[in-house]
Design a protein around this ligand. Structure first.
Ligand SMILES: [Zn+2]
Ligand SMILES: [Zn+2]
Length: 120
């Protein structure tokens, strides 16, 4: 999947709209259009990198996950999720809907977030 077939690439190229929360050198943080919790963010790689590659460590020399979690942290602090409680969810293999690497940050409603069975 790449180019116009990828929702996240379309968002990055402004072909599709998204509410942007913040941006770092390598990631953007946007609101999930279909939230599963009161606050549901997506931390999206600005480059189309496939999850199978990132999880396999293809970018470990670039401190890939350090940078990703720095973006998570910035979003958490910006929205005061550190005071409310939040979850970081990474869907892999059969759980993921888009190969373009991204993680979910959900919070603001423990009942829903803790239900465990929801597919993010
Ligand atoms: Zn993409
Ligand atoms: Zn996802």
């Amino acid at each position: 999947m790449g180019g116009s077939e990828c929702l996240f690439c379309d968002i990055l190229n402004n072909k599709k709209s998204a509410q942007r929360i913040l941006e770092t050198d390598d990631f953007i943080v946007i609101e999930n259009k279909y939230p599963k919790a009161p606050i549901h963010l997506l931390v999206v790689d600005k480059t189309h990198r496939e999850k199978s590659d990132t999880m396999a460590g293809a970018y470990q020399n670039e401190s890939y996950w350090d940078k990703l979690f720095q973006a998570v942290h910035e979003a958490v602090v910006k929205l005061n999720l550190d005071k409310m409680g939040y979850k970081v969810v990474i869907n892999e293999s059969k759980y993921y809907h888009y190969g373009h690497e991204h993680v979910h940050v959900v919070g603001g409603g423990l009942g829903e977030v803790d239900s465990g069975e929801i597919r993010l």
